[in-house]
Design a binder for this molecule. Sequence first.
Ligand code: HEC
Length: 111
Amino acid sequence: MQRKLFTSIARTIGAAALVSAAAFTPIASANDEEGKLLFLKGAAPACAICHTLEAAGAAGAVGPSMNELQPDAARVLNALKNGIGQMPAYTSLTPEQMKILSEYVAKASRE
Ligand code: HEC
């Protein structure tokens, strides 16, 4: 009895997760667009000046290629917050912009 109840709850949650994942897809791609814009020109100085990211059409060669490094979002966020080597910290970006940009770079570098 307990088990049956659990299974049906799990099914309900599973279905809800599927529905909400589908509902959130357009939002995720809007963030991708914003992330790409931040990478290309929104952040100053633009990431694209120094980094290659093929999905964004960026071919900078001062810093490491994002396609080779394939950093996860936490690693990008750390570089944005603290700077690293010759790369400045991006204190003018809002936390939300930093999150969008980090997640975009992590995803786009694997495309
Ligand atoms: C002036 C050139 C320059 C700009 C602009 C720049 N970077 Fe960098 N970036 C570098 C250099 C150089 C490194 C390597 C630093 C080192 O390892 O000493 C680096 C490293 C990184 C790393 C790797 C960090 C690590 O943990 O190894 C990431 C991720 C990164 N940059 C993302 C970005 C993003 C996103 C932007 C735009 C907001 C950006 N960079 C803008 C020069 C730049």
